[in-house]
Design a protein around this ligand. Structure first.
Ligand code: NAD
Length: 450
């Protein structure tokens, strides 16, 4: 099939490369000229495991091309995927201007290059957007087309794997013709029997928000349990194991930490909360989820204040991990951004390392944070002469360092761990002062109240 992909970010580029890998002819469009130039030169502009492999292969076989011109893709494509940004507006509402602008352009292109096409919304969009896109196109043309909702569930860091082997594909359409096109496209990815679930557009649009809101709630619930653990002297890891074995609860997404971030959960929770509010429904559970997450992101700074009796000025702190989660260079809404900003305000100097996200972090951090920070090229260089280490992201290389050896480089062996990477017994044996999330403090005589 001939496919156009509009927007080549984390979703669009993965979508384009994976469809090309399964034998389709794909042409990707982006307005970012520099990015398109880089991709034309064979460079993958984001870090995503496994993406280089499918990208290179498809380019070599001329099944994956790039352009800045929507017309070029439209002329050739039978199906056009919209993978455009839907950032939060001032009041939390999803900003649809990127999607509707392209819908407008598509209407004009239909007049110049007629023929049935399927327009697929892969962006995360509020309920009713398929109708809006349909209306925007139909306002300009009488051409035959269908608009389909096809939310994307890939996880950054495992995006290629998730796209190639999705647990489910959701297709929202009331058109049998469009449903058949979409099913044909996705069948190669669900050969092991995972379902393609077809439903109406509105349910499909809501499914994506429901999934992200549920996952954000699950994380937040566990973070609240962790906060209780710290107050009653329990260990959240034990509680996690105790409840995760209940199949009604499940083992995944139960790890306590310094809050959720990324480009999806924060904005999607806000957007569905906003939609509910507009409809006169107070989505109370999500109100709490957002409030808890705000404080959880900087909870580690609160612990540092307690540990240092409020006097952090002049300290030098190392930071391991800047991306919002491992295996990505994405720092959108990453806790590290907030922590670095808070620490800078308190007069702390920072040395930071991340395997992939230093450049994206520099582009997103506040000025105040950046003037207080230096960045190192490897994990160990962060440690020289620091008063404490803060772990913000659970990259694999941070999981099993030689604790005794590396803490010798530090002024004091103090670790604030936002991701609970180390075993408490091991931390004690290594002589660490080790303060994590929802677990007893190690090496601190009497735990202060947090
Ligand atoms: N990132 C994820 O993990 C993820 C997962 C599921 C769903 N989503 C949703 O998918 C959508 C895209 O997310 P993303 O993370 O890929 O965004 P992104 O910001 O990484 O990429 C968007 C791309 O669209 C391009 N663009 C903007 N306007 C354009 C136009 N008029 N024509 C062509 N290109 C244009 C931008 O230059 C950018 O390259 C969002 O709605 C998001 O919520 C994201």
């Amino acid at each position: 099939m001939k496919i156009g992909v509009v927007g080549t970010g984390y979703v669009g580029l993965v979508t384009g490369a994976c469809f090309a890998d399964s034998g389709n002819d794909v042409i990707c469009v982006d307005i970012d000229e520099k990015k398109v130039e880089r991709m034309r030169n064979g460079e993958v502009p984001i870090y995503e495991p496994g993406l280089n492999r499918v990208f290179d292969r498809s380019i070599r076989e001329n099944r994956l091309r790039f352009t800045t011109n929507l017309e070029e893709a439209f002329k050739e494509a039978d199906v056009l995927f919209l993978c455009l940004p839907t950032p939060p507006g001032a009041d939390g509402q999803a900003d649809l201007s990127f999607v509707l602008k392209v819908a407008d352009d598509l209407g004009e292109l239909f007049n110049r290059f007629p023929g049935y096409r399927v327009i697929v919304n892969k962006s995360t969009v509020p309920v009713g957007t398929a109708d809006k896109v349909r209306e925007a196109i139909a306002a300009k043309t009488d051409a035959e087309f269908d608009v389909v909702s096809n939310p994307e569930f890939l996880r950054e860091g495992a995006a290629v794997e998730d796209f190639m082997k999705p647990e489910r594909v959701v297709i929202g359409t009331s058109s049998p013709r469009a449903a058949e096109v979409m099913t044909t496209l996705y069948e190669p990815f669900v050969r092991s029997g995972n379902p393609i679930i077809t439903m109406d557009e509105r349910s499909s649009e809501l499914t994506k928000y429901a999934a992200n809101a549920m996952l954000a709630t699950k994380i937040t619930f566990m973070n609240e349990i962790a906060n209780i653990c710290e107050r009653v002297g329990a260990d959240v890891d034990n509680v996690r194991r105790g409840i995760g074995t209940d199949s009604r609860i499940g083992k995944r997404f139960l790890f306590a930490g310094i809050g959720y971030g990324g480009s999806c959960f924060p904005k999607d929770v806000q957007a569905i909360h906003h939609t509910a509010g507009e409809l006169g429904y107070d989505f109370r559970i999500l109100d709490s989820v957002m409030k808890v997450n705000e404080t959880q992101k900087v909870s580690i700074v609160e612990k540092m204040k307690v540990f240092y009796n409020g006097d952090l000025a002049g300290k030098t702190v190392g930071i391991w991990g800047l991306s919002f989660k491992p295996e990505t260079d994405d720092v959108r809404e990453a806790p590290a951004l907030y922590i670095a900003d808070e620490l800078a305000k308190l007069g702390v100097k920072m040395k930071a390392y991340d395997p992939e996200a230093i450049e994206t972090f520099k582009a997103s951090a506040t000025k105040q944070a950046l003037v207080s920070m230096e960045f190192t090229e490897d994990r160990d260089s962060v440690l020289e002469g620091i008063d404490a280490l803060v772990i913000c992201t659970e990259w694999n290389e941070f999981r099993r360092p030689d604790l005794e050896r590396f803490t010798k480089k530090m002024k004091a062996p103090v670790i604030f761990d936002g991701r609970n990477l180390y075993d408490l017994k091991r931390a004690k044996e290594a002589g660490l002062t080790y303060i994590s999330v929802g677990r007893p403090w190690v090496g601190v005589k009497e735990k202060a109240k947090v």
